[in-house]
Design a protein around this ligand. Structure first.
Ligand SMILES: C[S@@+](CC[C@H](N)C(=O)[O-])C[C@H]1O[C@@H](n2cnc3c(N)ncnc32)[C@H](O)[C@@H]1O
Length: 182
């Protein structure tokens, strides 16, 4: 029998974020500054796969800094064979929070480097802890929350998030960074 830990369950806040970013399309999106802590660890020649491509806003942020991103709207990352994707070197995305565990599991199975922007609370949880220990996860932790924007400017959703990274040769397991909101 498994007992769900209320602290690590899919939170109301995460649900709101998913509803904005997923089913309601472009109402809320990850701001450009959120990718900056990751950039020093990427190489321009790498092909990035955004496996939760959605409307492709995250890809556009990376394009702006000279990185190449491949991604498609109509497939299920949890089912697709990675060989069916054109060549890629690294998976980078902001997965739907509701499916973060499934996305992590699938990404570990694929076995290539990845970086997922996820709620900081993803560090919690017994099953996740094992998954992270077994796979030597590394984390980039910004010093402030990210404001997931709504273009209309009427509302925003503030989240403490971190980049959960695998096989990216970060200098440490926990990398505390200063995040500038520009
Ligand atoms: C947080 S949004 C990020 C979208 C995009 N990366 C961006 O920043 O513009 C998560 C996206 O994952 C998509 N998604 C949900 N389940 C998925 C799945 N199983 N496979 C691939 N994409 C999925 C949703 O439709 C949503 O667009």
């Amino acid at each position: 029998m498994s007992i769900e830990n209320p602290k690590t369950a899919y939170s109301k806040r995460e649900k709101i974020q998913d509803e904005f970013e997923g089913s309601k399309g472009n109402d809320v999106y990850t701001p450009e500054y959120a990718i900056k802590p990751l950039l020093p660890y990427l190489k321009k020649e790498q092909m990035i796969w955004d496996c939760a491509f959605g409307s492709g806003r995250l890809a556009k942020h990376f394009n702006k800094f000279g990185f190449n991103v491949v991604g498609f709207q109509n497939y299920d990352f949890l089912k697709i064979h990675s060989e069916d994707i054109a060549e890629f070197d690294i998976i980078i995305t902001n997965p739907p929070y509701q499916f973060k565990d499934q996305f992590l599991k699938r990404a570990f199975e694929i076995g290539k480097p990845f970086a997922f922007l996820l709620p900081l609370t993803t560090l919690e949880g017994m099953k996740r802890s094992k998954m992270f220990r077994d796979n030597e996860i590394q984390v980039i932790i910004p010093n402030r929350r990210i404001n997931f924007e709504i273009p209309s400017g009427k509302k925003s959703a503030w989240f403490a998030t971190a980049w959960f990274c695998y096989k990216m040769n970060l200098p440490k397991q926990l990398n505390f960074v200063e995040l500038k909101r520009e």
